[in-house]
Design a protein around this ligand. Structure first.
Ligand code: FAQ
Length: 309
């Protein structure tokens, strides 16, 4: 009976064990996991675009090879995550339809443009840095296939983050013009990076339930604070500043205080009105349409092989 199943589910969570695909889960848990995993997968796939923009214009063969490998890793993360969603009964083609029809979200951060090559470094440093900060605790998320996917993804994200930092270090050792490029890119990406952690706890409808289910291990504000605290010494090592006059050490709290995030801008980007939303979705839609014949041919081939076997 459903009560026994529900009890078993709750007990598994309480013992800090993993929920596996064979296990019964409440409908709300299934919906939450599909929502979060799909949003995460979409972010990886859409997240290929801002940096992909620089592959053909990378300043050296070495930088091009590195960037190409990073963008390929992101495709891999997306596929890995769509597979995790499939274990919950979600169909990948259906998830892609929902993405290109605006019915499912992807991270706000990928709706900002990459204007200079310094943006490639800053995405690695700050965007991958924020992603790691958010995703390391998800390695202990209660849903097994998601938690295991996160372990590998976090390893690759850490490498991406170092890649970005090293790129910026190199530029900072360069000319005055290069240093200006780095600072200008940091100025544009700092606030959107803080928005990646989601709305403030008081305005986060999903946090309480997701914490109770141990899907999330920390709240949005906790992780945002952790990211601010870890980024400041890195900025000092690099020789850049963040565009926030309220940023200062608070000895009493043992954390850095920081200014107000522009939550109107965040909401506006989520509504589809960020600088690149339309472009990102149009590009993804075009790729989906251009690839239709490959999927059809593969399906026909598989059916033919199946019939002759
Ligand atoms: N953008 O109640 P909450 C990467 C939505 S990293 C867009 O707090 P929740 C790596 C949220 O979905 C980026 N939407 O929700 C990479 C909800 O809407 P819904 C991907 C956002 O789930 C680097 C509503 O607002 N990482 O891709 C955002 O408890 C470089 C209310 O929010 C992940 O997805 C946002 N920033 O907490 C790739 C990590 N924030 O669905 C390429 C996994 C919130 O009810 C290049 N996800 N929303 O309609 C999570 O940890 C959580 O889902 C949060 C949101 C923390 C993002």
């Amino acid at each position: 009976p459903e009560e026994d199943l529900e009890q078993h589910f709750e007990a598994t969570i309480a013992r800090d064990q993993r929920i596996e695909p064979r296990d019964w889960v409440p409908e709300g848990y299934r919906k939450t996991m599909i929502r979060q995993i799909a949003q995460h997968a979409h972010s990886e796939i859409i997240g290929m675009q801002p940096e992909g923009n620089w592959i053909t214009r990378a300043p050296s063969l070495r930088r091009k090879a590195i960037l190409l490998a990073k963008v390929q890793d992101e495709a891999g993360h997306g596929l890995y995550l769509y597979s995790a969603a499939a274990t919950l009964g979600a169909d990948r083609a259906d998830l892609t339809d929902k993405l290109i029809n605006g019915k499912q979200k992807y991270s706000s951060i990928f709706n900002y443009p990459t204007l200079t090559f310094a943006d490639v470094g800053v995405i690695g440093w700050l965007v991958d840095g924020a992603a790691i900060c958010n995703q390391v605790p998800l390695c202990r998320s209660s849903y097994g296939p998601y938690a295991r996917a996160m372990i590998r993804i976090c390893k690759e994200e850490s490498f991406h983050q170092r890649q970005g930092f090293e790129l910026l270090m190199t530029m900072m050792r360069g000319t005055e013009k290069q240093r200006e490029m780095v600072q200008e890119a940091v100025n544009r990406w700092w606030w959107p990076s803080l928005m990646m952690f989601g709305p403030p706890d008081a305005d986060s409808p999903n946090t309480a339930q997701s914490m109770a289910w141990k899907v999330k291990r920390h709240t949005n504000d906790e992780l945002r604070q952790r990211f601010v605290d870890m980024s400041i010494p890195q900025a000092e090592a690099l020789g850049v500043t963040f565009p926030d006059p309220d940023l200062k050490w608070n000895a009493e709290r043992g954390h850095y205080d920081f200014g107000q995030v522009d939550w109107d801008e965040f909401k506006n980007v989520l509504k589809g009105n960020g600088p690149c939303n339309a472009q990102r979705i149009a590009h993804r839609r075009r790729a989906q349409e251009d690839g239709a014949w490959v999927r059809e041919a593969a399906t026909a081939h598989a059916a033919k092989k199946g019939a002759s076997a």
